[in-house]
Structure formats: structure tokens, C-alpha cells
Write a protein that binds this ligand. Structure first.
Ligand code: SD4
Length: 335
């Protein structure tokens, strides 16, 4: 199938496997409490605080507890993301992630610190903790992004162990899919997806991370927004941070996370900035936004938060004051 056709179909249907976690989630609403966006946005300035995409209490709690203990935001981000990466039941991140159309699990991840340093890995195979390799890229190399085999070799040289990331469950789903390869929608019963995480530590310093296995059954070699600076993640320690989930191609084309941080610099609240970034996507000429999901979360220097998506069923989790709560996101497409 030609690339254009594939991506078109992917956004209509096949993406339902990964991105559709948000659009089509079955179990999501019953897990949400009823707090409103406005309440979350107007919370008084406070930190430490963590905000993550989706309902991932184990990861959010892990990061939040580390911050409560006085650990740095960058440590909290790495260890929080690792919780989901090593959980094989999460089929959108790390071990157990859904493969590309050739059956290979390929990971994208990035991390950004309070000093504006950035590290990322794209198309990484056979290594569970992509977020940690991204951190090594940031701290141990003169580079920002490392890809594929080179990234894997670098990880091994840093002591990471190679292992097969394709679990039986993900393999079976792929084998079933490949029989037709027809990108029919698959109802996704998960209430989590790409993990984006933003944190402010006790010193008031901000860091962020993003980790994913990308779109299920993507073309071999495809890289999404998640590991690309300014798209899947951006942090400016003077202003705030933002991260994305959903159809990466649309986030890439609008450089969404950088846009949100710049909008906050201009005075918008995190909520307003997330809404404007979604508006940029849906208001493009001939946008077919009804067929794909994008969700953003953001935090500013005061610890105020925002989150917004194109479609229903996106959510954000916030840990503060020793408590983690999941909030249903407001969304654009109400028709
Ligand atoms: C990507 N943005 O690879 C990721 C996938 C994702 O919810 O977030 N799915 O395009």
C-alpha cells in the first residue's frame, strides 16, 4: 500500500489500535472523577507536582512520591516513565508495546531537563527502558537524538540488556491483524496510551518525559512526535512544559508542545494554551480531525495545569499533596 494511502487509512481506522485508545476507550469514563477542567486550572500555585497523560496511577504515584522525598524532577520523570515501560500489560509503551506492521516493537522516547537539555531515542528496539536511554543520550553524549541500531548499541554499551519486547499478547494481536491488514477499527479497552509526564520538584524546577511504542502497525521506520523536541515534549524552566499524545503526524506538523510553551510565555494559562494548540490542528484547511485524536497536557512555573483534546475520553492525572487524581479532559469535538 502506498504511504499516503496507508496514513490516510491509519488515521481513519488502524490508528484506532493505538491512538484510538483515547477515542474509543471503553473503560475510561467509569474511572474518572467528576472534577472539572476549571477547578484543575485554577488550583493555587503549588509544587512538587506531577501531571501525566491518561490514568496511570502507578507511574504518577511513583514520580510524585519521589518528588515528595525531595528528589529532582528529572529523576522523578525517568522513574515514573519506567513504571509503564516495564509493565507488559501496557501495550502502548516499552515491553509489550504493539509492533509495527512487520512485527517489530520500536520505541520512541525523550526527556528534557531544567537547563533545556534534551535527549531522545527514535526507533529503538530490544531495550525496555527507552526513557533511560534517552537520558543517557542527554547526559553522556554530545548528541540530542539517537536512532535505531546506533541507539541500541549505545544502550548496550551503557549496560542496558537486550530483550524481546514483543509479548505473546501483542504478537497474537499483530498476527490477527496481519491476516487482513485492512485497518478496521479495533475497540481499545485501555485507558492509557503514550506516556507524557511533566513534573516540578521542591526547588520549583521543571522537567518532562515522553515514552511510547508509537502507532500500532505503523510502517517500518516511522517515527512519531513523541521523541521530537518541541512536538511530543518541550520544557522551558522559566515558563513551563507541555507534552502530547495522539496522532503524532498532526502534533509534528504544528510543533504542538513548543507552541503551548510559547503561548504560556505570552500570558496564556496552561488550559488556554492547550486549547489553542488543539485549535491550530482542527482549524487547518481540510482537517479531518473527526477521525483522529490528539491530547495535550501542560504545566506552568506556578504549578497550574491544563489539558485538552480533540475528542472525548482523554484524561490527565495529577499528583500533588500526596494524592493522585485522574481528571477527564474537556474536548473540542462536541458534535
Ligand atoms: C505517536 N503520539 O507515535 C504517538 C502515539 C500516541 O496515543 O500518542 N498514541 O504518534
Amino acid at each position: 500500500m502506498k504511504r499516503r494511502k496507508f496514513l490516510q487509512n491509519a488515521s481513519l481506522t488502524g490508528i484506532g489500535v493505538a491512538v484510538g485508545a483515547s477515542v474509543l476507550a471503553k473503560n475510561t469514563t467509569e474511572n474518572f472523577n467528576t472534577k472539572t477542567v476549571t477547578e484543575a486550572t485554577n488550583t493555587p500555585a503549588i509544587f512538587p507536582i506531577v501531571i501525566t497523560t491518561w490514568n496511570i496511577p502507578n507511574a504518577t504515584n511513583k514520580a510524585g512520591e519521589l518528588l515528595d522525598q525531595g528528589k529532582s524532577a528529572i529523576d522523578a520523570i525517568e522513574q515514573g516513565c519506567m513504571v509503564e515501560e516495564k509493565d507488559p500489560s501496557n501495550q502502548t509503551v516499552g515491553k509489550g508495546g504493539r509492533p509495527d506492521r512487520d512485527g517489530n516493537v520500536t520505541l520512541d522516547a525523550c526527556i528534557m531537563d531544567k537547563n533545556g537539555n534534551y535527549g531522545s531515542v527514535v526507533y529503538l528496539q530490544n531495550i525496555v527502558h527507552a526513557i533511560s536511554v534517552a537520558r543517557k543520550v542527554m547526559e553522556e553524549t554530545p548528541h540530542v537524538i539517537m536512532a535505531g541500531k546506533g541507539a541500541e548499541q549505545f544502550a548496550v554499551s551503557e549496560g542496558f540488556k537486550r530483550e524481546n519486547l514483543l509479548t505473546e499478547e501483542s504478537k497474537k494481536a499483530w498476527e490477527k491483524w496481519i491476516k487482513t491488514s485492512n485497518y478496521q477499527p479495533i475497540i481499545n479497552i485501555e485507558n492509557h496510551d503514550t506516556i507524557g509526564m511533566l513534573a516540578i520538584d521542591k526547588n520549583g524546577d521543571i522537567s518532562g518525559g515522553c515514552t511510547t511504542s508509537g502507532l500500532a502497525y505503523k510502517m517500518a521506520g516511522r517515527v512519531g512526535d513523541s521523541p521530537i523536541i518541541g512536538s511530543g515534549l518541550f520544557i522551558d524552566n522559566e515558563i513551563g512544559g507541555a507534552t502530547a499524545t495522539g496522532l503524532g503526524e498532526e502534533v509534528l506538523k504544528t510543533v504542538g508542545s513548543f507552541l503551548i510553551v510559547e503561548l504560556m510565555r505570552q500570558g496564556k494559562t496552561p488550559q488556554q494554551a492547550c486549547e489553542e494548540a488543539i485549535h491550530r490542528i482542527v482549524s487547518k484547511p481540510n482537517s479531518n480531525y473527526k477521525n483522529f485524536q490528539v491530547g495535550y497536557i501542560a504545566i506552568n512555573k506556578k504549578g497550574e495545569t491544563g489539558y485538552y483534546s480533540i475528542h472525548e475520553h482523554f484524561s490527565a492525572s495529577i499528583y500533588k499533596d500526596g494524592k493522585n487524581e485522574n481528571y477527564k479532559s474537556d474536548f473540542h469535538n462536541k458534535s
